[in-house]
Design a protein around this ligand. Structure first.
Ligand code: AMP
Length: 400
């Protein structure tokens, strides 16, 4: 990576502004899943060990530019204190005299968490004055460890970098970029991409870009039906984006011309509706009119698993069925197990997107995946070949 890393900075005695992603779920005023906080601990511990004075900022939820106690980061300060084994102070606003005074009182190794940056509408507008006010809380040093927000040009991610001397990547950010960057620039081959989820329209750019980079693509989930219908197959009541049929057909034609291996489901689990538990598994060519495809079938799992087993690099985004319902979870869980098995045999596996992450957890194989990305939207944009504004804004490493 040609961007400065936290490891390149002289942090001792300095107030450093660290943008983290503490957008965690809360229940009854407490953090109910602290994964995102734990993911960033290596960065925070490194900064503490180096004698920095830490000023942490994050968003939480969508408070729409207004202070709303429901989206306060106060419970996160409590959990962070437990995880760090030292108190994290909390500023009730992310800008202004109080936050400035609190940041000025920090001693080496102290931690201050600011209130939700999205309590101010200027955050999402990337307002320069607001970014400047944020920067006043640090000694011109900024670290971004919020990979999950790196696709957003917001004030605490991008704007602030204009008002500091050095803007560097944190360790989590570096790890994300290392895994995803290698997959799209220099993957070990064969490189197999597995895509699922609800909509083709969300993933068109990803399909297009990965068709250039990967050796095979396996498509399941609801998005497969737009491709299947574009081939003239009967898909019953399955979800189809009719305005994307031409595009899907174009992608399939291109794959055929280039001899690119793009596999679609060969069988599926159908029901009358997602609520129904009366399911039937049928070949893809024999879908009855009233049937809705809600999961890939066992033959598809076998076909896809064979490709996955050959892979040296696997990127997976999106479930292969409506896996939240046990009746339609087998396909996704089968693929999760196949990805885990391939990883055991030496492949590098990268999973992004909340649903696929939930699926590997449900399958009990999350610890057998090489890299679980913390950023669903950001990882998709990265895989689509787009530049992430939050990464672009970081300071380039000096030429050697
Ligand atoms: P996405 O956010 O695009 O990755 O889509 C995830 C959602 O797609 C999950 O909530 C799944 O339940 C849903 N999904 C996947 N396959 C199907 C399907 N065959 N029919 C309906 N919904 C599906």
């Amino acid at each position: 990576m040609n961007k400065l890393s936290i490891r390149d900075l002289d942090l001792s005695g300095k107030r450093v502004f660290i943008r983290v992603d503490f957008n965690v779920p809360l229940e009854n005023g407490a953090v109910s899943d602290d994964t995102r906080i734990r993911e960033t601990l290596p960065t925070l511990r490194l900064a503490i060990d180096r004698g920095a004075r830490l000023v942490l900022a994050s968003h939480l939820g969508r408070p729409k530019g207004k202070a709303d106690p429901k989206y306060s980061l106060q419970p996160v300060a409590a959990r962070l204190s437990e995880l760090l084994g030292k108190p994290a102070k909390f500023a009730s606003d992310c800008v202004g005299a109080d936050a400035e005074a609190m940041s000025n009182l920090l001693k080496n190794g102290d931690v201050l968490l600011l209130e939700n940056v999205r309590f101010h509408p200027e955050e999402e507008k990337n307002d320069p004055q607001f970014a400047k006010r944020l920067s006043m809380l640090c000694d011109q040093l900024f670290i971004c460890d919020a990979f999950g927000s790196a696709h957003r040009a917001h004030a605490s991610v991008v704007g602030i970098t204009k008002y500091v001397k050095q803007a560097a990547a944190g360790l989590l950010m570096e790890k994300e970029l290392a895994y995803l960057g290698k997959a799209i620039s220099n993957p070990e081959r064969p490189f197999v991409a597995v895509l699922g989820g609800a909509k083709v329209s969300d993933k068109i750019e990803v399909v297009q870009n990965l068709m250039k980079l990967a050796d095979a693509m396996l498509i399941g989930g609801a998005m497969a039906y737009t491709f299947l219908k574009s081939q003239g197959k009967a898909v019953g009541k399955s979800l189809v984006e009719n305005d994307k049929l031409d595009l899907a057909k174009g992608l399939l034609d291109e794959a055929r011309k280039r001899n690119f291996k793009l596999l679609l489901p060969v069988d599926h689990v159908i029901a009358e509706s997602p609520e129904s538990t009366a399911t039937k598994t049928v070949n893809i060519d024999t879908t009855p009119d009233g049937g809705m495809g809600l999961d890939v079938g066992p033959k598809t799992v076998e076909l896809f698993s064979k490709e996955i087993a050959k892979a040296r690099t696997i990127v997976w985004n999106g479930p292969l069925g409506m896996f939240e319902k046990p009746a339609f979870a087998n396909g996704t869980l089968g693929i999760a197990r196949a990805v885990a098995a391939a990883t055991k045999s030496g492949a590098t596996s990268i999973i992004g997107g909340g649903d696929s992450v939930a699926a590997v957890e449900q399958a009990g194989v999350a610890d057998q995946i090489s890299h679980i990305s913390t950023g669903g939207g950001a990882s998709l944009e990265f895989l689509a070949g787009e530049k992430l504004p939050g990464v672009e804004a970081l300071t380039d490493k000096p030429a050697r």
